[in-house]
Design a protein around this ligand. Structure first.
Ligand SMILES: Nc1ncnc2c1ncn2[C@@H]1O[C@H](COP(=O)(O)OP(=O)(O)OP(=O)(O)O)[C@@H](O)[C@H]1O
Ligand SMILES: [Mg+2]
Ligand SMILES: [Zn+2]
Length: 321
């Protein structure tokens, strides 16, 4: 790659900067074309580490796919990618391209496509030692060069904080909406304020706040126990006038499921944590519906008919009418 990619070095003619400009322009076009086919983009973020961003991303993507949507899951936690492991996927992307010269994403099932740097590495335990511009480029390539096809939702799992990765997402995907994950402790709530202010700074709309690890599910009786004060996430949502997307309790089965690479939502259990995930999913669907078009990918539910909402054939699972 040429040294200058911004076109501001003043050496356009002498050093071939013009060709770098052309490459950036070409990539911008590819990014726009990819994004054009993705209806909703959700950036899962938090000012704090370990609050459950990846867990929420995986279960959100999987839950939406289980409802019949076409979903992509993009892991932009480049230094600590977790998604592939949490989904128990061992496949590697071998660099073979599709007919249109794009990289095929990993396929978790026929509704869920996944991309992560981890699946492109020779050795998964190698550390990624990259600075801003390289990370920016990797994320742009995840969008431009991957064959995402038509998607209803793209869920993007960010690393903690407000650094290069969420910044690149905000600049590259202008219509991405932030889903802020928090836990009930005061320190985590203080970080949410930072995330919200970050969103304001980069003009990213906020889809809402979800309070994870909110209360504890007793492994003996499945009853919730408030070990931390709960409800802080909801208060913050009210304070900032953004939607509150729900509370997900701390449940040991969520950890085991993540470690085993079998996301808890796919377990078929009917525990309070599963119910909480389902309520959260319904809230996300309501806040960010897939606009029904002729090419909509939502299968019509059995016995469903035109329901008068004006959007054509209607799926009662996804329509509020
Ligand atoms: N509701 C929950 N109940 C129990 N354990 C949970 C819950 N949510 C997340 N965890 C566990 O907490 C740990 C951290 O979760 P996760 O990796 O999703 O957080 P993260 O915010 O993505 O972390 P990082 O900032 O390192 O990317 C994991 O072991 C995960 O299984
Ligand atoms: Mg994570
Ligand atoms: Zn109990």
């Amino acid at each position: 790659m040429s040294k200058c990619s911004s076109g501001t070095c003043g050496s356009k003619k002498a050093s071939g900067c013009g060709s770098a400009d052309a490459a950036v322009a070409q990539q911008n076009t590819a990014i726009a074309a990819s994004l054009d086919r993705i209806k909703n983009k959700i950036l899962v973020m938090s000012g704090k580490g370990g609050v459950g961003k990846s867990t929420v991303s995986v279960n959100l993507a999987l839950g939406l796919a289980q409802k019949g949507y076409k979903v992509g899951l993009m892991d932009v936690d480049l230094h600590g990618p977790d998604i592939v492991r949490m989904l128990g996927m061992s496949g590697r992307m071998d660099g073979e391209l599709t007919k249109d010269g794009k990289m095929p994403p990993l396929q978790y099932n026929d509704k869920l496509k996944v991309i992560s740097l981890e699946s492109m590495m020779e050795n998964r335990d190698d550390p990624i030692i990259w600075r801003g511009p390289l990370k920016n480029q990797a994320i742009r390539q995840f969008i431009a060069d991957v064959n995402w096809g038509e998607l209803d939702y793209l869920v993007i799992d960010a690393p903690p904080g407000t650094g290069d990765e969420p910044m690149t997402v905000a600049h590259t995907i202008k219509d991405a909406k932030a889903l802020v994950v928090t836990t009930p402790q005061n320190i985590a709530l203080a970080d949410v304020r930072k995330s919200i202010n970050f969103c304001k700074h980069v003009s990213m709309k906020i889809l809402g706040i979800v309070e994870n690890m909110s209360g504890f599910i007793c492994p003996h009786c499945d009853k919730p126990v408030d070990i931390f004060k709960t409800g802080g996430g909801e208060q913050l949502a009210t304070e900032f006038s953004v939607p509150f997307l729900g509370r997900i309790p701390l449940d040991a089965r969520v950890v085991i499921a993540g470690d085993d690479g079998k996301p808890y939502l796919s377990s078929g259990a009917t525990s309070p944590a599963i119910q909480a995930f389902e309520a959260f999913l319904a809230k996300v669907e309501k806040e960010l519906p897939v606009i029904q078009t002729a090419a909509t990918s939502i299968p019509m539910a059995k016995g469903a008919s035109s329901c008068g909402c004006g959007s054509g054939p209607c799926n009662p699972n996804t329509c509020d009418c």
